[in-house]
Design a protein around this ligand. Structure first.
Ligand code: ADP
Ligand code: ASP
Ligand code: MG
Length: 819
């Protein structure tokens, strides 16, 4: 005989009941079946609600009416779907139940008291309705079916609401009942049982799984199948962790640990009876019956190190401490005996090795009872100071890592705690079972989901990820998005995941939980009106439990640059070609580095100097190795490199400026280039990188334009006025040419001073050959002299700049956050 247990999720509607009937019918061709059923989904919760309402003296009748409608609907739908079904019995059971409920709830309401044995009778009604409905549907499908009475046949002892099954006693009653009536299928209610006095007892909330196991053990079934709404046991709750992995096989011990620490798919007491009689257990999906499911048995250990991560929420951590604990025999036993007497289950225990304190978790709901029990038990010790006042931490959760394979491996615990640190989770207490099958950490409940997600990613997905938020989608930003999209396949092959979660321009911020479709981001961005803000990004990153968020600033905004320190402190790496932050006050410059270091986030700005050329990285490399910058000279502006090259070839200043602007070589307002400020900023960044403590105002700048020229004009008017400067420039160039020289726009650092100026260079000077948008940087250092270290290459344009930004983004990989 096989035992098949179907949970409430498989019994949500008549359609689901019918699917169950179909699965059962197919199996009857080869096996005899014992079906263990939960209540239709939600019914137990409605019954709980009803008793609570009655207990509080509130009006329970509207809810009772809802239940009546639900029963009626199920019966009517069943009649429509199974015309041959005789539903009188179902209707009769519904009527009986509703009458009983009405009477009992009225009594509870009058007495303002609800004894547990009455509550047990009420809460168990839903399963009995399921049994009646399923029996009539199966009989209507020509499957010879008999309903068994779980209350009298499943025996238990202990608490009315959370009893322990008595397999030995149930073995006798169940086998007799089965032997007495011949059938293909026996249907029995889960969740309910009775004690030696014949009173109804429940096997605990979610306890139908346990019923399934008890029935299977009692009749020594070939297998116990738990049918639910997922394909099996996953490496984490699939509702919480998107890419949780299905586990094919678990040992009994692993399944026990996972369920004990919160994997709701299986009630924690289920495995005990099955393991005792070595009955294999399968977790199967009613909505996908052909999927193999998860097999739980006694088979040898699999190769997986860690099988799953589970979490248990709504706990309080109690610490009993004080000199009275040290070396005194029996103190621990008194602590836990007092919990047992108050029927409080303890889910994790740790003791300091000095025996100075014992900490343990209890359900938050039972905290006040637990406190009372401890205060009573240790009244004397608390009064005399042998024990300190109880230390209580509320709203805690346990995160547990489970796997038989852990015991043969080193470093699992280290990785677990590193993951928790990475998730910015503070570990309050730790426990490991002595067989090393599970490691548990107590954390604040608010941090629990994040903890599970990050641990899962580190143990199961192995794919390092970068979570991108881009602000500024002009030429460079758009090109970067295109590059990220083009590189997806390559990155995937290298086992790296780059996902763009947010894109913002000056007007709006687009966020997408699944990552933005990079083919259609423009249209999507048009449809949103939330503005860009640190708060919005931070909240999103937290809600999505992102561990490696990167802010890419492709604007030239001072306002956004001023927020980098806050972004770094909030856990974002910052990558940018925007020069404003590094050329703001020296104090801010230093603050950024300090915050980045403190939070172990990266602030990367390679493209602020020399576009895609590896300038900053190279300079940092030299300085780290003990080198020092002695002097520097270079052509640092792609636009001015182009303009001066063309001037040399005889093109007028006004014409070349127009051309450069049309080709996208200049800033939107070419004055930003011609004023020399862009070069001054780059020079300052280099100087500061080399350790010089300078402000932007310390850089001496010779503008290409005469002082005050077209200062207040609009861009187009400025361009229209430019021809006024043509002849003077032509003259200056001719004069240089007469001396065998060319004009170049040079930034230099000499003797601690930064200067930007138009210089006439001999044709033999290396920078004289640099034009057409090329950059060249000559670094004279202590190691590189008398011949300087020279970097030269195309220093402008969206493609190289974006590639440089992209490369900075990739450097954020593998950085674990400091908490
Ligand atoms: P049933 O009504 O069939 O008893 P439950 O809701 O009690 O179903 O249990 C199934 C649910 O357990 C799944 O929908 C899933 O969200 C949850 N769950 C939690 N942890 C796990 C896990 N590790 N693997 C599979 N499911 C899990
Ligand atoms: N119906 C019961 C509950 O909701 C038992 C179960 O479904 O496992 O707790
Ligand atoms: Mg369940």
């Amino acid at each position: 005989m096989r035992v098949l247990k179907f949970g409430g999720s498989s019994l949500a509607s008549v359609q689901r009941f019918a699917e169950v009937a179909k699965i059962v019918q197919q199996l009857t061709t080869t096996d005899r079946i014992c079906l263990v059923l939960s209540a239709p989904q939600g019914v137990t919760n409605t019954l709980v609600e009803l008793t609570d309402l009655a207990y509080l003296g509130s009006d329970f009748r509207p809810v009772l009416q809802q239940l009546q409608q639900r029963y009626q609907q199920l019966a009517e739908d069943a009649a429509a779907a199974f015309p041959a079904a005789t539903l009188e019995q179902v209707q009769q059971i519904a009527l009986q139940q509703l009458a009983q409920l009405d009477a009992q709830l009225t009594g509870i309401s009058l007495l303002k008291h609800c004894p547990d044995h009455i509550k047990a009778q009420i809460l168990g009604l839903g399963e009995q309705f399921s049994v009646a409905l399923m029996t009539s549907m199966l009989n209507a499908s020509q499957v010879q079916t008999v309903a068994l009475d779980a209350v009298s046949l499943v025996k238990s002892s202990g608490d009315y609401l959370n009893a322990t099954a008595d397999v030995a006693a149930s073995e006798v009653t169940l086998s007799q009942a089965i032997a007495a009536q011949n059938a293909q299928v026996y249907v029995i209610a889960g969740f309910v049982s009775s004690n030696a006095q014949g009173e109804t007892c429940l096997l605990g909330r979610n306890g139908s799984d346990y019923s399934g196991a008890v029935v299977a053990a009692s009749i020594r079934a070939e297998a116990c199948e738990i049918w639910t709404d997922v394909d099996g046991v996953y490496s984490a709750d699939p509702r919480q962790v998107k890419n949780a992995k299905l586990i094919d096989r678990l040992s009994y011990d692993e399944a026990m640990e996972l369920s004990y620490f919160g994997a709701k798919v299986l009630h924690p007491k289920t495995i005990g009876p099955l393991a005792r009689y070595n009955i294999p257990c399968y977790i199967k999906n009613t909505l996908n019956p052909s999927a193999p499911g998860t097999c739980i048995d006694n088979a040898g250990e699999g190769d997986a190190l860690v099988k799953g991560i589970s979490s248990l929420e709504h706990l309080a951590l109690i610490t009993v401490s004080g000199p009275g604990l040290k070396g005194v025999v029996g103190m621990a036993s008194r602590v836990f005996a007092s919990m047992a007497r108050s029927q409080i289950s303890v889910s994790l225990i740790t003791q300091s090795s000095s025996e100075f304190s014992i900490s343990f978790c209890v359900p938050q709901l039972h905290l006040s009872a637990a406190k009372k029990a401890l205060q009573q038990e240790f009244e004397l010790e608390l009064q005399t100071g042998l024990l300190r006042p109880l230390n209580i931490l509320s709203d805690m959760a346990i995160v547990s890592l489970v796997g038989d394979g852990m015991r043969q491996h080193r470093g699992v615990a280290a990785k677990f705690f590193a993951s928790l640190a990475q998730a910015r989770v503070n570990v309050v207490a730790i426990a490991q079972d002595s067989s090393e099958r599970s490691i548990s950490a107590v954390v604040e409940q608010a941090a629990c989901k994040n903890a599970v997600k990050v641990c899962h990613e580190n143990f199961f997905s192995h794919i390092p990820s970068i979570d991108v938020f881009l602000v500024g989608c002009g030429v460079v930003g758009s090109e970067l998005l295109a590059q990220i999209q083009r590189q997806q396949a390559f990155l995937h092959s290298r086992q790296v995941k780059v996902t763009v979660y947010g894109i913002a321009n000056s007007k709006a911020l687009l966020l997408d939980n699944d990552g933005i479709d990079l083919q259609h981001w423009q249209q999507q961005l048009q449809g949103v009106n939330q503005p860009f803000s640190l708060a919005a990004l931070s909240q999103f990153a937290q809600q999505q439990h992102l561990t490696n968020p990167v802010l890419i600033d492709c604007t030239s905004s001072e306002q956004i640059a001023a927020q980098y320190a806050d972004f770094l402190a909030a856990g974002f790496h910052v990558v940018t070609p925007n020069k404003k932050a590094n050329t703001a006050s020296l104090a801010y410059y230093q603050q950024l580095r300090h915050v980045a270091q403190q939070h172990r986030r990266r602030f990367l700005y390679e493209t602020t100097v020399g576009a895609g050329l590896p300038v900053i990285d190279t300079l940092q490399g030299l300085l780290n190795a003990g080198d020092e910058l002695v002097a520097f000279e270079g052509i640092l502006s792609g636009s001015l490199s182009y303009i001066f090259g063309e001037l040399e070839a005889g093109v007028s200043l006004s014409e070349v400026t127009r051309k450069a602007k049309a080709m996208g070589f200049t800033e939107p307002d070419p004055r930003d280039d011609l004023s020399g400020m862009d070069v001054a900023r780059k020079l300052l960044i280099l100087a500061r990188e080399a350790g010089m403590k300078l402000e932007l105002s310390d850089v001496e700048v010779e503008s290409v334009l005469p002082a005050g020229f077209a200062q207040n004009a609009l861009t187009d008017d400025f361009i229209a006025q430019l021809p006024q400067l043509d002849s003077a420039f032509a003259e200056r160039i001719a004069q240089a040419a007469a001396e065998g020289k060319v004009l170049r726009y040079i930034g230099e650092i000499v003797e601690g001073k930064c200067k930007v100026a138009i210089k006439a260079l001999d044709l033999s000077h290396p920078l004289a050959k640099v034009k057409d948008g090329e950059n060249a940087l000559a670094i004279h250092s202590r190691y590189y002299q008398p011949i300087p270290f020279v970097l030269r290459g195309y220093g402008a344009g969206a493609a190289v700049t974006s590639a440089g930004v992209f490369s900075d983004v990739m450097r954020t990989l593998g950085w674990q956050q400091q908490v």
